[in-house]
Design a protein around this ligand. Structure first.
Ligand SMILES: *[C@@H]1O[C@H](CO)[C@@H](O)[C@H](O)[C@H]1NC(C)=O
Ligand SMILES: *[C@@H]1O[C@H](CO)[C@@H](O)[C@H](O)[C@H]1NC(C)=O
Ligand SMILES: *[C@@H]1O[C@H](CO)[C@@H](O)[C@H](O)[C@H]1NC(C)=O
Ligand SMILES: *[C@@H]1O[C@H](CO)[C@@H](O)[C@H](O)[C@H]1NC(C)=O
Ligand SMILES: *[C@@H]1O[C@H](CO)[C@@H](O)[C@H](O)[C@H]1NC(C)=O
Ligand SMILES: *[C@@H]1O[C@H](CO)[C@@H](O)[C@H](O)[C@H]1NC(C)=O
Ligand SMILES: *[C@@H]1O[C@H](CO)[C@@H](O)[C@H](O)[C@H]1NC(C)=O
Length: 364
């Protein structure tokens, strides 16, 4: 029997954030000297790409590498915190079996070092072409136990896998074929990580035949929820739109069975949402929940049962799980159109995003 469950939408919506004491690994990251870099490479089971950079880079491609770097810096802090918690036996992170603990820590240390090299590589591209490298920020993590943390890691890595598709397409549109090969190598690398995380969660390692796509602005928006503060002004340094994120409410595994979900988003600072403020209850209010699942065309469902608390919109939308076989990650956006033909068109019509709905088919 297949058991559907939400891997981590609930954790992402949690407000029980706490800020760990030390966030960056003590190995020279993000600016290791040659000796430190060699130690990180040893832990990562490989080196940075050592070929020359591409001769030119379109200025439009700089934000692509800024987002990759910004995301990897968060991942470095997250995995460093997780390793610290497991190593020191923080409550919720105690693993009683010594061999299991050693094995998990060994994998996570390698993942951490690999994420450090992803970050350093993106920073190298940005600085080589005169862009501003985003320094690591101070982060907050919503997770308080090892399963929750692995679930969250699985979800944000899946989101990254979709976002790197957008990065590859963006580089191609910008005429920058040079870095596409390296980005492709990272897509596979991060997919190996999710396969391992999914196995730990008793889900099948390979998520979908075609992994769910995403947009740079959706990953960038989701990351904002983990930021306490950054040593630079985010909006003026990285020119990618930021949307309010959407929380998935209630026991979603029940809702999924019923094929509808309840969502909420704070649209306070969204000027395009102003015409909709207070427009409650209507079934044809002109708003849609638009899903990315796999490589399917954007799938739009009308917003129903809307209610407002101030500028916070709560609403229901169908989640046609069976018809579209929506296992794994589905990414939702609140949009002003229900007829969107491409991911880019979804971004242009978005009021809030992403909603992250991550369903696991557990191994029986
Ligand atoms: C590490 O433990 C602290 C304290 O419980 C917690 O706040 C933090 O979220 C944990 N880190 C991760 C990555 O789960
Ligand atoms: C740079 O990227 C922009 C935006 O995609 C594109 O319009 C322009 O043609 C690109 N320039 C070159 C030289 O390819
Ligand atoms: C969903 O959750 C909200 C707040 O957490 C609660 O007020 C509401 O009653 C729940 N709705 C259902 C249908 O369970
Ligand atoms: C499914 O939704 C209906 C209302 O549409 C509700 O009566 C029923 O309790 C729900 N099923 C479960 C398992 O919660
Ligand atoms: C709206 O913008 C103001 C000013 O930048 C900010 O203080 C506030 O937190 C924002 N509110 C939301 C819900 O984003
Ligand atoms: C509509 O929302 C109300 C509360 O806001 C809830 O009690 C009711 O079950 C919802 N109906 C549907 C069809 O989701
Ligand atoms: C959907 O958009 C396409 C163009 O993108 C247009 O040809 C078509 O008529 C639209 N369909 C509806 C139902 O609005």
């Amino acid at each position: 029997m297949l058991c559907k469950s939400i891997l981590s939408a609930a954790v992402l919506a949690s407000s029980a954030f706490a800020r760990p004491a030390s966030q960056l690994p003590a190995d020279g990251f993000p600016n290791p000297d040659a000796k430190q870099l060699s130690a990180i490479s040893g832990e990562a089971d490989g080196t940075l790409p050592n070929g020359p950079p591409p001769p030119t880079l379109n200025a439009s491609s700089i934000p692509i590498f800024q987002l990759i770097n910004f995301n990897e810096n968060f991942e470095v802090a997250f995995f460093n915190s997780l390793i610290h918690n497991i190593t020191t036996g923080v409550s919720g992170f105690q693993i009683p079996f010594d061999q299991e603990k050693k094995a998990l820590l060994s994998v996570l240390r390698t993942v951490l070092a690999q994420e450090e090299l992803h970050s350093i590589n993106a920073a190298g591209v940005i600085s080589h072409f005169g862009g501003v490298v985003p320094a690591p920020c101070v982060y907050k993590f919503p997770t308080t136990d090892v399963i929750g943390a692995i679930s969250l890691a699985e979800t944000f890595t899946s989101l990254v896998l979709g976002t790197l598709q957008d990065a590859s397409e963006g580089l191609s549109i910008n005429g920058d074929h040079g870095p596409v090969r390296a980005v492709g190598s990272v897509i596979g690398q991060e997919g190996e990580q999710t396969g391992y995380f999914r196995s730990l969660l008793n889900a099948r390692p390979s998520e979908k035949p075609f992994l769910t796509t995403s947009l740079a602005e959706f990953a960038f928006s989701a990351l904002q929820d983990f930021i306490v503060s950054c040593p630079f002004d985010i909006a003026s340094t990285i020119p990618i739109p930021i949307h309010p994120t959407i929380a998935v409410l209630n026991d979603s595994s029940v809702a999924v069975k019923n094929e509808s979900l309840t969502f909420t988003a704070d649209l306070t600072n969204v000027s395009a949402a102003q015409p909709f403020y207070g427009n409650a209850g209507a079934v044809d209010m002109g708003l849609f929940m638009t899903y990315f699942t796999g490589q399917d065309a954007p799938l739009s469902m009308p917003v129903t049962n809307a209610s407002w608390t101030g500028n916070v919109l709560t609403f229901t939308a169908a989640f046609p799980y069976h018809e579209y076989v929506m296992d794994g990650l589905t990414i939702g956006a609140l949009t002003t159109s229900g007829n969107l033909s491409s991911p880019a068109a979804v971004g242009a019509a978005t009021l809030a995003a992403p909603a992250l709905i991550n369903l696991a088919n557990h191994i029986v």
